[in-house]
Design a binder for this molecule. Structure first.
Ligand SMILES: *Cc1c(COP(=O)(O)O)cnc(C)c1O
Length: 371
């Protein structure tokens, strides 16, 4: 069993993907070829955002978003410590300070109730992450930001396709970022990412920053990066789009099957009724995670931990960050475990995972009771 089965996904869209790749090889415009603008138009329309700007990766999307907002040394950006390192990395690379606010124990997303206490005169932006595929509490966060004149950047690297109160992830705040890393819900076959905004000035700034801050050829109006997504990767995402909504339904099916088996036995991540999760990961919480991971591995079931150390506890980040101790994030980092997930995971596989997990959980409990 694969943790994420990319081979079946390729087989499902094989003809279209091959045809799209061949077309790029034939026209030879590997950088900024016609598929780039085609994908940007398709994704803008999918999310409802006025602008989509494809970029080299999700990490690059975060960096370019913060650069476009003018985040600079001495500024503070409020974010969650319970995320992939890239979220905070983009802040620190610009010389700004990540200010960590703890997560909501139900959703594992940034707790909006704890944000306002961390806002200072130096705060420039709030950077929530839509973790595991579920949008953060964006309206509450947007309202706080509006009261304090701050921008909101959604790290939607895991949540492309998710719905939130009738809108799509990516189109829920000043700027939305996503990633097309192969294992994300909408993946390419290398690195890729995208930015979304409905602000024309920010869109222009981000387009320029993506290409070395260039407003016209060899006219560099601002400092930028080499941050383009290549034509082949855009072609691959385009070829995967026709099946994407079906794949999201399959992810929901897999998540529902997991929940039906596991609810009440292990702690699950709650999905709020006003939004959907695209389940980039299906993550549960367990005491004795180490022993359970080993038991599953012995049964041939791969698992992963998203994420074992909160960002503010990472060696390179501890001295660069500010904010509260984030006790929920710290506790959860010791307990979370992600199970195999994806649109091509069969119900049979899910039952195999659940049988093995529940068996191992019972054995662990038995052992603890007799110890
Ligand atoms: C994957 C991921 C990123 C980075 O995306 P890349 O395309 O790998 O650079 C950033 N934030 C989160 C939450 C992610 O899961």
């Amino acid at each position: 069993m694969d943790f994420i089965d990319l081979k079946s996904q390729y087989q499902a869209s094989r003809e279209l993907i091959n045809e799209r790749i061949q077309r790029v090889l034939d026209h030879g415009q590997y950088i900024m070829g016609p598929e780039v603008a085609e994908l940007e138009a398709a994704l803008a329309s999918y999310t409802g955002a006025r602008h989509c700007i494809t970029v080299a990766s999700g990490t690059e999307a975060l960096l370019i978003a913060l650069m476009a907002l003018g985040v600079k040394p001495g500024d503070e950006v409020i974010t969650t410590p319970f995320t992939f390192i890239a979220t905070a990395e983009a802040i620190v690379l610009l010389g700004a300070t990540p200010v960590f606010v703890d997560i909501d124990p139900v959703t594992c997303n940034l707790d909006p109730g704890q944000i306002e206490a961390q806002i200072t005169a130096r705060t420039r932006a709030i950077l929530p992450v839509s973790l595991y595929g579920q949008p953060a509490d964006m309206d509450e966060i947007n309202a706080i930001a509006a009261r304090h004149g701050l921008a909101v950047v959604e790290d939607g690297a895991q949540s492309f396709g998710a719905d939130y109160r009738g809108r799509k992830s990516g189109n829920l705040s000043t700027i939305g970022c996503t990633s097309f890393f192969p294992s994300k819900p909408l993946g390419c076959y290398g690195d890729g990412g995208a930015l979304f905004t409905s602000d024309d000035d920010l869109a222009r700034a981000m387009r320029e920053i993506r290409v070395h801050g260039q407003s016209r050829r060899y006219v560099h109006t601002r400092v930028g990066v080499g941050g383009r997504m290549d034509t082949l990767q855009c072609a691959i995402v385009l070829a995967k789009l026709p099946l994407f909504d079906w794949e999201l339904r399959q992810r929901q099916r897999a998540a529902a099957t997991y929940a039906a088996r596991l609810d009440g036995q292990v702690a699950l991540v709650g999905v709020r009724p006003d939004r959907s999760s695209v389940h980039a990961q299906y993550t549960v919480r367990l005491e004795q995670r180490g022993a359970l991971q080993q038991a599953l591995q012995a049964a041939g079931i791969p698992t992963a931990v998203h994420y074992p150390v909160p960002v503010h506890m990472q060696p390179a980040y501890a001295s660069l960050s500010a904010g509260a101790g984030c006790p929920v994030a710290r506790a959860y980092a010791d307990e979370v475990m992600s199970l195999p997930m994806g649109p091509y995971l069969t119900d049979e596989d899910i039952h195999k995972v659940c049988d093995a997990l529940l068996h191992a959980v019972a054995a662990c409990r038995q052992e603890a009771a007799t110890a």
